[in-house]
Ligand binder design. Structure first.
Ligand code: HEC
Ligand code: HEC
Length: 289
């Protein structure tokens, strides 16, 4: 290590450190930097006194202001609940028709319904209510159990095949599993179902036999023309909207096992205002009747 010396070019002393002949100048820290540095130290000390700062063995220094973010959040939440509470009471008291007529209530119901939908319904029906195989799309005009506000409240409250005493009941029979139809009959009627919505049918399939099986086994629920029945939750088979799918293999599976999808009951789990808000939200998704 070399001695500190005067650098001829800059006129400053060097620190004595050097690497490969490059010497380090001894430049003091700028005054503004030092002042800022000491100011932050002073600021920190003031902070320790005023705010909670140091951990102790079982607690922490609380600070002169006795401030706590947790307490502050609790106060704000309580205020919010109060504001919301009043509005939710108004929502609970209004009839479904009134809610749809009053823009302020409608906006509240939609916002509340949207949030509750994300928390409770999206796992099955998709975040925008678009559905998935076995979980109906709530955006379209096609309803298993009906798309009026009252019908929606009913379905959301009690579900479908949920086990609740007031649930939508009844299910398609498991024609294959329960031995009501033979596999070749199921294949034939599956093709007939495809023909109802104009889909292609397997070559050589017996149209008359398909129609006969359909009339004997299916029209009691799906109707003569296959247009469904909302009393029974039996879907319209002619509208090209499929809950489970329209390819032959899926249709054969549906007719064999009967499906019997389960929609849970929400009464008791969600309060009545929230269920109302959900019905309004679903109703305004686009497919409401
Ligand atoms: C565990 C999955 C699941 C969850 C969670 C769920 N649903 Fe459903 N939902 C279903 C299934 C399955 C059906 C179809 C039932 C059937 O086949 O008849 C359905 C049907 C419906 C229907 C009737 C659709 C029609 O065409 O008539 C509505 C409305 C509905 N759900 C709304 C909701 C709302 C609102 C929530 C949230 C509070 C929700 N669902 C949560 C599974 C679910
Ligand atoms: C007891 C009433 C009932 C009878 C009888 C019945 N169905 Fe169904 N069907 C239903 C119900 C209810 C559903 C909805 C199942 C669900 O939601 O899980 C359904 C669903 C279907 C589906 C699914 C449609 C889709 O969108 O994916 C097809 C296909 C179908 N039925 C065909 C038939 C055929 C073919 C027969 C006669 C062999 C028949 N059904 C007899 C009540 C019935």
């Amino acid at each position: 290590m070399a001695e500190s010396e005067l650098d001829k070019v800059s006129g400053k002393t060097t620190t004595g450190h050097q690497w490969d002949g490059i010497k380090e100048l001894n430049t003091p820290l700028p005054r503004w930097w030092l002042i800022t540095f000491y100011a932050t130290i002073l600021w920190a000390m003031g902070y320790w006194v005023v705010y909670p700062a140091w951990p102790l063995l079982w607690s922490y220094t609380r600070g002169a202001l006795n401030y706590s973010t947790r307490a502050a959040v609790a106060v704000e939440l309580a205020n919010l609940e109060k504001i919301r509470g009043d509005k939710m009471i108004a929502l609970g008291a209004a009839s479904l028709a009134d809610i749809e007529k009053d823009p302020a209530l409608l906006a509240l119901a939609r916002a509340r319904g949207k949030a509750a939908f994300g928390d409770n319904c999206a796992p099955c029906h998709g975040s925008g209510g678009a559905g998935a195989k076995g979980y109906p799309n709530l955006n379209d005009d096609d309803w298993l159990w009906g798309g009026s506000l009252d019908q929606l409240v009913q379905t959301i409250q009690f579900g479908a095949r949920s086990g609740h005493t007031k649930t939508h009941e009844g299910a398609m029979l498991a024609f294959g599993k329960d031995g009501i139809l033979k596999p070749d009959e199921i294949g034939t009627v599956a093709n007939y179902v495809r023909s109802l919505s104009g889909l292609s049918t397997r070559q050589g399939y017996d149209v008359a036999a398909g129609a006969k099986i359909f009339v004997e086994n299916c029209t009691s629920c799906h109707g003569e023309a296959g247009k469904g029945n909302q009393e029974l939750g039996a879907p319209n088979l002619t509208d090209k909207i499929w809950l489970y799918g329209s390819d032959e293999a899926t249709l054969i599976e549906t007719i064999t096992i009967g499906r019997a999808g389960v929609m849970p009951a929400w009464v008791g789990r969600l309060d009545p205002s929230t269920i109302k808000a959900l019905a309004v939200y679903v109703h305004t998704l686009g497919g409401g009747k």
